[in-house]
Design a binder for this molecule. Sequence first.
Ligand code: AMP
Ligand code: ZN
Length: 114
Amino acid sequence: MSDCLFCKIIAGEVPSTKVYEDDSVYAFLDIAPQAPEHIVFVPKTHIGSANEITAENSAVVGKIFEAAAKVAKERGFAEKGYRIVNNCGEDGGQTVGHLHFHLLAGRNLQWPPG
Ligand code: AMP
Ligand code: ZN
């Protein structure tokens, strides 16, 4: 966990552009945006991936979606629409081993993803 990039971002040891923060959730701009708006939401406690969501820690996932809805309204793209994505594991395209949800908006997103 001490080696976890997103834990370091949450702790302020690695810089990030903060978009949202509360007791259990932190959100920041993605360093390599895939859309005009690309924000990463993470639980402040380390959860490795969606595979590690349990009855004990799953409440924070609801908090993340609540935060994303708030941010979408604040940043003005709630009406137009957006996508929330979680990549899990190798085939899912996960590159950072700390549970996170991408919030993408600001362009017409294609389906299915690659
Ligand atoms: P994933 O590929 O789903 O694991 O997503 C990891 C995301 O973290 C990618 O979209 C990266 O661009 C983003 N990322 C990696 N390092 C940083 C960083 N230092 N600050 C902000 N975003 C980052
Ligand atoms: Zn972590």
